[in-house]
Design a protein around this ligand. Structure first.
Ligand code: TYD
Ligand code: MG
Length: 457
């Protein structure tokens, strides 16, 4: 436990912290009590000789109606990025961008730094790459702005001294696992370093009013402290996601003190950096086959935004004793549920077949509203028969084969209509609650059996 010695310095504290969620315990446990992750606790010792934090500066209370909201948000000049932030960066905020290594975090922040530098100086602290490497990347991204200052530095204190001098309009630190602070004695990337650095950047951002963007790798093996630990420290947490071999990237907010977490940004990784995709639905269904056996289009909601995705399924005779159910981009539990309902309630003989389901374009769909589309895709592959190409499907499948209603119906239908679809198959119950204004023909079914009969009529 933390105790104060007579010298006013803290005694050493050894505890265990979870690399996934930051939960702390005094004893090592196989499973984190905070998030349930296995083998994620690592020992860490807070440095013995850390001086007490400075005394708090005296702030005076202000009546709420007297408070004025400060300057405007800083636009990053990357519209998809700005939108996910809720309209740009709030002065003095600390934003964390997490994601798998190689997903494009450095590319995204360098692009944003480059466009923000058109307005005022931006300091880009690269602790991972040399200045020359950053320059090479900047050339690929076609950034040549003189106001973008690159500092290859791993000491956070040194970087902040520079930042104090330059007074930039934006500070970027790439990445939280590679910078280190002299205040925390351990090596860069350790739990205490990551926390200390994030804390220092937070204090600097608040004191200077300059927004700070920080990147961090997500680690599955838990060797280095990941961004999950910092989620409660920073103001905004965004994740850049995507399938490894797909060029699409999604920027998603999981925490935002200054806006909603419903917005997503869609990008495509190109030879010259990340390009915002203005029309994601069009992009995701662009390569659909003319005779799409085993494929169904589903309007899913990504936050408040409807996006059309193509769900594909393939059934094939199994060669293993237990048939496999493989879901890429879909919740595997939903696939298990849908195939179980198809075999038990509708007698579709899937027992000896492997079922593979896939969302095209690397998007991840977790909505139960995609169940009906998934079931139709599986049946389409099983029957080797394509569904009408002008059809979209929506609905959650229940365990007895009933179809349950979905939310945001009108927005989904508008998006399908915009892309030229003419019919939507959906649960009967949905229309009891709402009568959407749409020119799409609405075909309703009470259960999966009826839905299949209509779709393959
Ligand atoms: P990077 O931004 O370095 O990823 P992170 O910082 O998240 O680790 O992106 C690395 C990948 O992006 C790399 O595989 C190369 C690719 N890339 C492009 O395809 N086009 C580009 O213009 C750039 C700069 C990178
Ligand atoms: Mg990087």
């Amino acid at each position: 436990m933390t105790s104060l010695g007579t010298s006013g310095r803290r005694a050493a504290k050894t505890s265990f912290a979870c690399t996934e969620c930051g939960h702390e315990t005094v004893r090592w446990e196989g499973r984190c009590a905070g998030c349930g992750a296995w083998d994620s606790l690592r020992e860490w010792t807070e440095p013995v000789d850390r001086a007490m934090p400075p005394a708090y500066t005296a702030a005076t209370p202000v009546a709420l109606d007297q408070l004025v909201i400060g300057e405007e948000r800083l636009s990053l000049g990357v519209p998809e990025f700005d939108r996910v932030l809720g309209g740009g960066l709030v002065p003095g905020s600390l934003v964390l961008i997490g994601g798998d290594p190689g997903i494009g975090k450095s590319t995204l922040v360098l692009q944003a730094a480059g466009s923000a530098a058109a307005q005022a100086p931006v300091l880009y602290v690269s602790a991972e790459e040399s200045a020359a490497q950053v320059k090479m990347r900047a050339e690929r991204l076609d950034l040549g702005d003189a106001k973008l200052l690159v500092l290859a530095e791993t000491s956070l204190e040194a970087a902040l001294r520079q930042a104090d001098e330059i007074a930039p309009c934006l500070l970027v630190v790439d990445s939280v696992q590679t910078v280190f602070s002299e205040a925390a004695g351990t090596s860069a990337g350790s739990i205490s370093q990551v926390r200390e650095c994030a804390g220092m950047l937070m204090r600097w951002a608040k004191a200077s009013g300059v927004p700070v963007v920080l990147t961090g790798h997500v680690t599955k093996d838990g060797d280095i402290a990941g961004p999950r630990m910092l989620e409660h420290v920073v103001d905004v947490v965004l994740y850049l996601e995507g399938e490894r071999f797909s060029s699409y990237r999604l920027l998603r907010a999981v925490k935002n003190r200054f806006g909603s977490v419903d917005e997503i940004g869609v990008f495509e990784m190109t030879g010259s950096g990340l390009r915002g995709v203005e029309n994601p639905s069009e992009a995701f269904i662009a390569e659909r086959a003319a005779e799409p056996v085993g494929s169904v289009i589903v309007p899913v909601m990504e936050g408040t935004r409807p996006v059309l995705v193509e769900i594909q399924a393939l059934t094939s005779p199994t060669v293993t004793p237990a048939p496999r159910r493989t879901a890429n981009g879909l919740d595997s539990n939903r696939l298990t549920l849908v195939t179980a309902v198809l075999s038990r309630r509708l007698g579709v003989p899937l027992a000896g077949l492997d079922v593979i389901a896939n969302v095209v374009g690397g998007l991840r769909v977790h909505e139960p509203a995609a169940d009906l589309g998934l079931a139709l895709a599986v049946c389409s592959s099983h029957r080797d028969e394509a569904l009408p190409t002008n059809l979209v499907a929506l609905g959650e499948v229940g365990l007895s084969g009933e179809l349950r209603s979905v939310s945001h119906l009108e927005r989904r239908l508008m998006e399908a209509e915009r892309l030229g679809f003419e019919r939507c198959l959906l649960p009967e119950s949905t229309l009891h609650r709402q009568r959407p204004k749409t020119s799409i023909e609405l075909v309703v079914a009470p259960d999966l059996r009826r839905a299949l009969a209509i779709a393959f009529a």
